[in-house]
Write a protein that binds this ligand. Structure first.
Ligand SMILES: [Mn+2]
Length: 329
């Protein structure tokens, strides 16, 4: 039942002999990405490594916005000249890091991740597809390198897991090991109650009104099995698109009887859409596979892609794809 393989000695040795490192994550970071980056930086610092945090942003989600000042947007020539070890967390493919892919060219790359859909890339990799968060993979590094897990680190690890599991709601059976690890974190002083309040609290009234507007626009298709929600250009002025109620929207719509897939078209610019994909717990639809056909990334149940094109064309394409997948069952 133990899902975390031993970390290869070569990786541990690389970290032990490292002097400078840069820890990177994916564009539009989520809680798992941000907290994985921070927990990795602190691990490296405790090992005596000069470790920097870099992320392209944007830091849009409210629960991670406060961490933005810790991150530089670029690696920069001075840092690059030191030939830092690059540790990339929570990324299934190299294009997930945006323009940083060019900035890390020629450097040694260590990938730590939990996505199943990943390419085989990087010089060194610790990828555990069954892990429910990247932060739990980082926890294994603390253990293997015998670096003390403090309450502060434990909170970062718990937060990453809480983000990726809808605060434990998406965890299925036979996950005792995950709860054992969570038990260790709670014994270190983490309050699940505090983490929940940080994650779910702090909504603005305007974002709740935006949620109401989006729910009114939801279109039920394919006999109720698909829900589509789209933003309109006027939302830019009427609401705050940096404060989207995405998670609440998905949970409301996935809670509707028969719904298997939710597509959320977020307006980025004229004919540029960021599409959020979610599938229900009981559905066999793999939205990660669908989003990858649009060069997106993600998991079976949650994925995203940024696409250029007319909204109607994109919708038509995705409705056809999802209808075909549903009929295959
Ligand atoms: Mn993750």
């Amino acid at each position: 039942m133990y899902i975390y393989p031993e970390i290869p000695q070569e990786i541990l040795e690389t970290i032990r002999s490292c002097t400078t490192a840069v820890v990177i994550g994916h564009v539009g970071p989520d809680g798992d990405c941000v907290h994985s980056q921070i927990a990795t930086q602190k691990l490296l610092q405790k090992m005596g490594v000069e470790a920097h945090l870099v992320n392209t942003g944007p830091f849009q989600r409210k629960e991670i916005r406060e961490y933005e000042p810790l991150f530089a947007p670029h690696i920069g020539p001075q840092l690059k000249a030191k030939k830092p070890l690059v540790v990339m967390v929570d990324c299934s493919t190299l294009d997930r890091i945006g323009y940083l892919a060019e900035e890390i060219e020629g450097l040694t790359l260590l990938t730590i991740d939990h996505h199943a859909s990943g390419d085989n890339f990087g010089d060194l990799a610790y990828i555990v597809p069954k892990s429910l968060s990247t932060t739990l993979c980082i926890m294994q590094f603390y253990k293997a390198l015998e670096v003390e897990l403090t309450k502060e680190i434990a909170e970062h690890i718990f937060f990453g897991l809480a983000t990726d599991t809808g605060f434990l709601k998406f965890i299925g059976p036979y996950r005792g090991e995950t709860f054992q690890l969570l038990g260790e974190l709670v014994e270190l002083g983490v309050s699940p109650n505090d983490i929940y309040n940080q994650m779910e609290g702090g909504n603005t009234l305007i974002s709740q009104r935006f949620l109401a507007t989006l729910l009114l626009r939801a279109q039920s298709l394919l006999e109720g099995r698909l829900m589509i929600v789209e933003e309109e250009p006027a939302d830019v002025t009427n609401f705050d698109l940096n404060d989207r109620p995405s998670d609440l929207l998905y949970s409301h719509l996935l809670g509707v009887d028969k719904v298997e897939v939710v597509l959320y078209f977020k307006y980025i610019a004229s004919d540029v859409w960021e599409i959020g994909f979610r599938s229900s717990h009981s559905s066999s639809i793999d939205v990660g596979a669908i989003s990858s056909t649009l060069s997106g990334g993600g998991h079976r149940k949650a994925a995203g892609a940024t696409v250029e094109g007319k909204l109607e064309d994109l919708k038509k394409l995705l409705i056809t794809t999802i209808e075909r997948e549903l009929n295959r069952e």
